[in-house]
Design a protein around this ligand. Structure first.
Ligand code: HSE
Length: 434
């Protein structure tokens, strides 16, 4: 199997996550890419205690990596505008593809960088620059390519959303929550980028360009942060049935494009109003598809690495496959499909909601519990309602812990055979999805 050689610049939160994901999921990634993706060199001033880099050459000089003839793809994860720009342009000059998570760089210098990349025939991929792990760039550029995009609106700064959520739910003070976001690695090196809306404006600038097909124009984005919001505003909005969210909005009008970032009241029952903590969500409205919503972790070590690695797989596919194979039909290379069997439903595992109609007499509950326990079924909760007037039967509702379905089938058959139980047992599967 061929190998694509990658150089990672920066081994902080995102660089460390990228290294670890590439290493941990190497086999699965190779099955998708059609080649192995090998970290041939890392450029970092410090090691990352969360990464075991044994065997991978490390240099303190990013420019040594960028000019290393062995490397096919440079992954820029150092952030900022200055050195990052220089190293990305140098990488392009040396004919290397670039993957970056640097939204500031793309929003401010993207027009120049893409022009240079076109001249040199290399790819600059930046999925991780917007909304961390959510593949929203791919969704707009590929999945929604049939549409004329009308507008998009997003919660695209995890730190800001985390602060607003903690203020609303726990009444915590702004500064205190910000410190926690910094400690968790969500906040930018300069956290004013998060709380003054600059980070969100970088991301919105990128989204608007790919949505409407316009050059990147960060300097024209209206930017208002969350620093002036008070707990009182948050509570009043709540009393009126609204949530305050820090939104980036880009809308196409007859006159031009609205490009604005500001705190916004949203009806509390909208899905996007319920996006909390560090999570991000982007709504995109297209003329054919209508409104769509993309949700997920907008920051953090491995969610962002997920997007960086997806870009690497894209580059590797472009390098190693015939044009029709850039995105294999099933996402995996045709000759790498696995023989994993599909489980029959009896072998699947779930928790269960059971509704039983039982006679209201002593000992019935004990019999039900015995039938379940004999089959290793653990009851999580149980509720018995008033007897129903017509038939004197009591509805008994149970929620079980997770168990293999065949055990529940067997238990239900035994329950339905009891004289004390009337009719069929209602069974609904329960998934916590957490
Ligand atoms: N500081 C950013 C945020 C990191 O909080 O969303 C991800 O871009």
């Amino acid at each position: 199997m061929k190998s694509v050689k990658v150089g990672i610049c920066g081994l902080g939160t995102v660089g460390g996550g990228t290294f670890n994901v590439l290493k941990r999921n190497a086999e699965e990634i190779a099955r998708r890419a059609g080649c192995t993706i090998e970290v041939a060199q890392i450029a970092a001033r410090d090691t990352n205690p969360k990464c075991d880099t044994t065997g991978t050459p490390i240099t303190a000089d990013v420019f040594e990596l960028v000019t290393n003839p062995e490397i096919d793809v440079v992954v820029e994860l150092i952030g900022g505008y200055t050195i990052a720009k220089e190293l990305v342009l140098k990488a392009i000059e040396h004919g290397k593809h670039v993957v970056t998570a640097n939204k500031a760089l793309i929003a401010v210098h993207g027009n120049e960088i893409f022009a240079r990349a076109r001249e040199k025939g290399v790819i600059v991929a930046y999925e991780a620059a917007v909304a961390g792990g959510i593949p929203v760039i791919k969704a707009i550029r590929e999945g929604l390519s049939a549409n004329r995009i009308n507008w998009l609106a997003g919660i695209i700064n995890g730190t800001g959303n985390f602060i607003l959520t903690e203020m609303r739910e726990k009444g915590r003070a702004f500064e205190d929550v910000l410190k926690e976001a910094q400690a968790l690695g969500y906040a930018e090196a300069d956290p004013t980028f998060d709380v003054e809306g600059i980070d969100a404006a970088h991301k919105l600038t990128i989204l608007a360009s790919i949505a409407f097909g316009i050059p990147l124009q960060f300097d024209k984005a209206y930017t208002e942060g969350i620093t002036k919001l008070t707990t009182a505003d948050v509570n009043y909005a709540e009393a009126l049935g609204y949530r305050i969210k820090h939104l980036g909005v880009a809308r196409r009008t007859d006159a031009g494009v609205e490009l604005r970032v500001h705190p916004t009241l949203i009806p509390a029952d909208r899905l996007i109003a319920n996006v909390n903590g560090v999570m991000n969500a982007v709504m995109v409205n297209g003329d054919a598809v209508g409104s769509t919503l993309y949700y997920g972790a907008g920051a953090g070590m491995e969610p962002t690495a997920s997007a960086v690695v997806a870009d690497l797989v894209d580059v590797a596919r472009a390098l190693s496959c015939a044009p029709q194979g850039r995105v294999p039909a099933l996402g995996f290379q045709a000759d790498a499909l696995s023989e994993l069997p599909i489980l029959p439903i009896g072998e699947c595992e779930s928790a269960y909601y059971l509704r039983i109609h039982a006679q209201d007499r002593p000992g019935v509950l004990a019999k039900v519990a015995t039938i379940l326990s004999e089959r290793g079924i653990n009851i999580e909760s149980i509720m018995q309602k008033e007897a129903e007037e017509q038939d004197g039967l009591v509805p008994m509702i149970l929620v079980t812990h997770r168990v293999v379905e065949r055990n529940i089938d067997d238990a239900i058959a035994a329950l339905e055979a009891l004289d004390d139980i009337s009719g069929n047992v209602v069974r609904i599967r329960v998934e916590q999805l957490n």
